[in-house]
Design a protein around this ligand. Structure first.
Ligand SMILES: NC(=O)c1ccc[n+]([C@@H]2O[C@H](COP(=O)([O-])OP(=O)(O)OC[C@H]3O[C@@H](n4cnc5c(N)ncnc54)[C@H](O)[C@@H]3O)[C@@H](O)[C@H]2O)c1
Length: 265
């Protein structure tokens, strides 16, 4: 696919999966809007891409602020004349169980759910003017699995997967496809923080949760995002793509059952 002349908008693009998706779009030739609440890091990412001769610009944005989403999209359209793709990767990782506060819920819902909606609302008129487009909402394995102390985060990821279907239905009239992508455990700064930076210790533990027995790389998620935006995915909308090394396929029997019952089926 030729991405030259296309414009991609990526939220949460200062780090992790969003940063990797933005990098892939820019390297493929699309003009790429790096949107994030983290100004220093977001500018670093955009500057790095620009020094490579790629088309990128940073926009400071809190996706929970609906008016701000609309404002930055106007700036993108003024700068590059169109919008073709949106990736919603920005996230609040507030994962609280029974001891949540109202503020925890407000922030988690505001960024993960309303932020995802805000960005689609802000982008779709420009995509429509461009003749169509594609949106990828980043959900999670957490949308589908019980995890301890995670009422907030997991609920919002379930909402993202569910809302994606409604967005796909409503935006099809504008030739816009909308899908969600559900990553498994991926080695991003947030996960590195949870592991105290000790990948050698935690990869064998977290890796056991998936068929491939390892963590994902941000670029592996990013390439799947670009696939969903590409013309190769022209008949794919309203669905969720698991990019999780087989986490959701593995189920509760884990790796043990197949060897203990080998030959009996
Ligand atoms: N890393 C994993 O293992 C994993 C697994 C499943 C799903 N995911 C999902 O992938 C996506 C990216 O996760 P990641 O691990 O790359 O995270 P990350 O922490 O590396 O990056 C998230 C980015 O979002 C930005 N952000 C936070 N609040 C924002 C706001 N209000 N407005 C704009 N930007 C904001 C942060 O500044 C950060 O740059 C998330 O949606 C997450 O739920 C990640």
């Amino acid at each position: 696919m030729n991405w030259e002349g296309k414009v991609a908008v990526v939220t949460g693009a200062a780090s992790g999966i969003g940063e990797s998706a933005a990098t892939e779009f820019a390297q493929e030739g699309a003009a790429t809007a790096i949107m994030d609440i983290n100004v220093d890091r977001g500018m670093q990412v955009a500057d790095h891409l620009k020094t490579m001769g790629l088309r990128a610009a940073f926009f400071r944005l809190d996706v929970a602020d609906r008016a701000a989403c609309s404002f930055v999209l106007k700036q993108v359209a003024a700068m590059w004349g169109r919008v073709d793709y949106l990736v919603n990767s920005a996230v609040s990782f507030i994962g609280k169980g029974k001891d949540f506060s109202t503020e925890d819920w407000e922030r988690c819902l505001g960024v993960n759910v309303r932020g995802t909606a805000n960005m689609a609302q802000a982008c779709y008129p420009y995509m429509s003017l461009a003749g169509g487009g594609a949106i990828v909402n980043i959900s999670s394995i957490s949308a589908h699995s019980a995890q301890p102390d995670r009422w907030t985060y997991n609920a919002t990821k379930g909402a993202v997967a569910s809302m994606t279907k409604c967005q796909a239905l409503d935006l099809a009239a504008y030739n816009i496809r909308v899908n969600s992508l559900s990553p498994g455990w991926t080695w991003t700064p947030e996960v590195a923080k949870a592991a105290d930076g000790d990948r050698a210790k935690w990869e064998p533990i977290w890796g056991q949760y998936s068929i491939l027995r390892r963590l994902g790389e941000p670029r592996e998620i990013a390439r799947a995002i670009l696939f969903l935006c590409s013309d190769d995915a022209s008949f794919i909308t309203g669905t969720e793509l698991a990019v999780d090394g087989g986490y959701t396929a593995l189920g509760s029997e884990g790796h043990g059952a197949s060897s203990s019952f080998a030959g009996t089926a």
